[in-house]
Design a protein around this ligand. Structure first.
Ligand SMILES: *Cc1c(COP(=O)(O)O)cnc(C)c1O
Length: 465
């Protein structure tokens, strides 16, 4: 009641009952799973009720609620993660799942997942085997390292290395290398979680050998070098190279760990030499750690290469059990490493994308532009342009690759670039593109087989009546 004594109308009472809204959603899309229709309707009603409680009264139409509930229900019903087209040109896009693995690697993972396997069985001896030996053997062959190991991701590899080699002690890191990668990975936090004290040396832009030498004492457990994966330090800078770090470490009996982030096992055009893990070992790292789903082009995993005693100590740690790889990932990683050993790196999508020639990019751009002209010629201006795109995924900061894009612009202001990009993202197979100067740019470098057709379908969807 208000002050005049009248009963105030509660707009929440105008909202439909849940059952009614669920029925509307199911009528609108009979193919929708019933759990998703119900959950979508309930979530929509809850939000509408909260909005009415919080803000000024607004009329809520049943059709508006049905549309919102339908969207929510479809979102819930859709598998996750769901295929999208990466038309950003960013080869290693963390939000898009970094490296897509090779078709052969995916098939190996699927086979390992759906059958019994010799995961931990030595078939010759008939007794317990080692789940990691096949992958470790291949890593040793590819890198020349004394020993190798693999865990869940590079962050896990660093955690395990620090826990094993420096727990209760200090690890020395240059202030120029205390990086954050993708928000959830910060070197100081990982170090602390490993039960290791961080000893920062040098300054943001300059660190000298004497800084490390002065910091070393009985409390020191290891020297850590971290690759600046996602930014570039330029100007008045200096850092201590691996050769010098090894000399400093060796004189005090301390291991040098390098977190390489985006490491590679190949020396190939398009791959920066500073990421080549075997070279890092030769230069002086006792342990090199890197992600398998960055420039290696494999599944998510953290690769460890280095000295036999150090790798054995890591494998013997109880923490290793908590960080171990599952059989699907092992199968995909094993396939990827075999492809590298056999010189079949062109079957690995990441490596193939990085090695595309300008002629190949041109041909892809022409083919895509032709297809899109055919389906939206009256509504869009479709052009081919040369562009530069970053590599992404914490690799090669400051490096941009020469690439080709198909540029879409609404004819005579029919649709804005942001509007078009959003419509493409809402398609059945969403297309993720860049927007630049009121045009949508579709970079052909990162397209996979079948993506051209998906882009055409998304464009038709965007212009559907
Ligand atoms: C990407 C990156 C990591 C994290 O790797 P994950 O495999 O995602 O755990 C760690 N260190 C560096 C230097 C990186 O670039």
């Amino acid at each position: 009641m208000d002050s005049s004594g009248k009963v105030k109308h509660d707009p929440r009472r105008d909202l439909p009952q849940a059952d009614r809204l669920i029925r509307c959603v199911r009528d609108a899309d009979p193919a929708l799973a019933s759990w998703a229709a119900a959950a979508g309707a309930r979530a929509t009603l809850r939000r509408a009720r909260e909005a009415l409680e919080a803000g000024p009264e607004r009329p809520v139409s049943l059709s508006g609620l049905t549309d919102a509930a339908l969207r929510e229900a479809r979102r819930l019903a859709r598998g996750h993660p769901h295929r999208v087209v990466n038309a950003t040109g960013v080869v290693l896009h963390t939000n898009l799942g970094r490296a897509p693995i090779a078709a052969g690697a995916a098939a190996a993972a699927a086979a390992a997942a759906s059958t019994y396997t010799d995961l931990e069985l030595d078939l010759g001896e008939g007794r317990r085997g080692d789940r990691l030996s096949a992958v470790a053997d291949k890593l040793v062959l590819l890198s020349g390292a004394e020993a190798a190991h693999a865990v869940n991701n590079c962050a896990a590899a660093l955690l395990l290395a620090l826990d094993t080699l420096a727990r209760g002690k200090e690890v020395i890191v240059s202030r120029g290398e205390l990086v954050e990668i993708g928000g959830s990975f910060r070197i100081p936090e990982i170090v602390e979680r490993a039960g290791v004290r961080l000893r920062e040396v040098g300054t943001t832009n300059r660190t000298h050998p004497i800084d490390y030498e002065r910091a070393i004492g009985p409390q020191t457990g290891a020297l850590l070098k971290v690759h600046r994966s996602n930014f570039d330090l330029r100007g008045f800078t200096s850092e201590v190279g691996l050769e010098t770090l090894r000399r400093i470490g060796a004189s005090s009996g301390l291991p040098v760990i390098e977190d390489l982030g985006s490491g590679t096992l190949l020396e190939a055009p398009g791959l920066a030499p500073e990421g080549h893990a075997p070279s890092r070992l030769r230069l002086g790292a006792d342990l090199v750690l890197f992600s398998a789903d960055k420039l290696l082009g494999g599944p998510q995993a953290g690769i460890v290469l280095g000295r036999r005693t150090l790798v054995a100590a890591m494998r013997a740690s109880p923490l290793d059990r908590a960080l171990r790889l599952d059989k699907q990932t092992l199968a995909a990683l094993d396939w990827t490493l075999a492809a590298l050993l056999e010189g079949r790196e062109q079957e690995i999508p990441t490596l193939r994308m990085l090695s595309l020639s300008e002629d190949e990019l041109d041909a892809r751009a022409r083919s895509l532009a032709q297809r899109l002209c055919g389906c939206a010629a009256s509504r869009l201006v479709v052009e081919i342009a040369a562009e530069r795109a970053p590599l992404g995924g914490g690799s090669l900061p400051g490096v941009a690759l020469e690439t080709r894009v198909v540029r879409l612009r609404g004819a005579a202001g029919r649709i804005s670039a942001d509007g078009l990009a959003q419509a493409l993202r809402s398609a059945e197979v969403p297309v993720i593109a860049r927007v630049h100067e009121d045009a949508v740019l579709l970079d052909v470098r990162t397209l996979l087989p079948g993506d051209e057709e998906a882009i055409e379908a998304a464009l038709r969807f965007a212009f559907a009546p």
